[in-house]
Design a protein around this ligand. Structure first.
Ligand SMILES: CC(C)(COP(=O)(O)OP(=O)(O)OC[C@H]1O[C@@H](n2cnc3c(N)ncnc32)[C@H](O)[C@@H]1OP(=O)(O)O)[C@@H](O)C(=O)NCCC(=O)NCCS
Length: 214
């Protein structure tokens, strides 16, 4: 198996280092913002996202999607599948992944994370180093967690949420599509589609996905 990574920015480059650690060859990146043949951490940009629809390009090929925006990441993964490609999951050998946890297709789990028994990560979940997922916690499809987030046992994080670096999620339910600020302590449920931050975290308005929270 060899991998093409979609997105050559920070997330794509981090993904490449995970596949390097897994001894899976990364042949290059697809990126709409960098010219073809640009070298990114030693691998070439092969073209833009439109390559996916070129006849024969994606069929049977493995991809990983390195985009930070949850909805965009899921949409591009769906594009890969529609084009006949496979979306792979990246789990760094230095991640403490319980064999009794579920990690969905296309998830990204870097070094120094812990995924506890009974935890369930949906498809396309992206977490950063230092993030700890507690016993039986649930993360919906596309949930995106920054560096060193602590998700306490049995927390529920809805699909497409973004949780900023260093936040603590304390056995509560965060509805789908929320943006939780860096350093927040989430000790009460947050309704879907809200933006919340602070200690304790309080909703301050609707999540604005037109600006990247990352
Ligand atoms: C919450 C966030 C998405 C921005 O939300 P926002 O409502 O658009 O925030 P604004 O930048 O407009 O700031 C509005 C106010 O909220 C405050 N604020 C913003 N983020 C905050 C946070 N995480 N905690 C506490 N206060 C925060 C600002 O200081 C500002 O206060 P002021 O009005 O008194 O000056 C962003 O600040 C954030 O925390 N992003 C996460 C970044 C991150 O962790 N990335 C991952 C790295 S691995």
């Amino acid at each position: 198996m060899s991998i093409i990574i979609i997105g050559a920015g920070a997330h794509g480059q981090n993904l490449a280092t995970v596949f390097d650690a897994m001894a899976v060859p990364v042949v290059g990146f697809l990126d709409d913002t960098k010219p073809i043949s640009t070298s990114v951490i030693g691998r070439p940009v092969l073209g833009g996202f439109a390559c996916l629809e070129q006849p024969g390009f994606a069929h049977g090929q493995s991809f990983a999607v390195g985009l930070g925006h949850p909805a965009r990441r899921l949409a591009v993964a769906a594009r890969v599948i529609a084009a006949g490609g496979r979306v792979e999951t990246a789990v760094h050998p230095l991640a403490a992944l319980s064999p009794y946890a579920h990690v969905g297709v296309g998830c990204y789990v870097p070094a120094f994370c812990r995924i506890s028994p009974g935890a369930r990560l949906g498809s396309g979940v992206l977490i950063e180093s230092g993030t700890m997922i507690g016993f039986e916690a649930e993360l919906g499809d596309g949930a995106t967690l920054g560096l060193s987030v602590t998700v306490v046992a049995r927390s529920q994080i809805g699909a497409g949420c973004f949780i900023g670096a260093g936040a603590v999620v304390g056995a509560v339910r965060i509805g789908a599509g929320c943006i939780i600020g860096a350093g927040a302590a989430v000790v009460r449920d947050i309704p879907a589609g809200q933006r919340a931050y602070g200690v304790p975290a309080r909703p301050v308005g609707p999540a604005d996905w037109s600006r990247s929270p990352v």
